[in-house]
Write a protein that binds this ligand. Sequence first.
Ligand code: ZN
Length: 253
Amino acid sequence: MTSTLPQAFTPTTIQASPGQNAKLATLPVSVRLRERLEESSASFFANDNISAFLREGELQELEVEVADKVRDLLRSLVIDIDNDHNTAETAERVARMYLHEVFKGRYQDQPKIASFPNVKKLDEIYTVGPISVRSACSHHLVPILGSCWIGIKPGDQVIGISKFSRVVDWVFSRPHIQEEAVLILADEIERLCHPLGLAILVKAQHYCMKWRGVKEPQTSMVNSVVRGDFRHDPSLKAEFFELVKQQESALTY
Ligand SMILES: [Zn+2]
């Protein structure tokens, strides 16, 4: 199409010639995506969300590509996937699990979360938790499982408390290290409701310490982030940790 246009009107940024388009179409979808991300200088680390760069149908294409690579991995592990009935469809299962479940927070848009004006001018802090944390470590891709608590001092906007679970699930469903995960979560919550104060506590067990490596079954990692009024006011920060303690003791198993 573009070949019939005068040179001066040829779009320079997006349009490729039919030949180039054909070549692009033969590239694996992950390569096309990577090119798009690099063109935009967008980060695509393990804990980044890249959903804005995915076009219609590409997640399904990615599923096929990932399954092919997992099949290769199983073959390299010398597992007889052609005859072993237990692993015959493992590659497809793992691809689905990564893209649609455990790492969905990389490929899916943020869940729709509406914020509302704080009409009652609520200014007391509240905490929500425990909220389940399910993630995987970026280093070994094995589970990180735990809980998180979120403390809010409301600003002009509020969101429903169940919405925090949705954001936590979306943010943690990526390969992470816990120290960065809590910061990413804090950024997302601040963007959603601009609280005057925000505190987050995460307690999690890392299967790369339990299942492998040092094999410490009971070790957990606890970290927190405090921003705004929670950072500036030590009594508010202490109140947050006290409320979390009360929530923990109120748990019924
Ligand atoms: Zn690890």
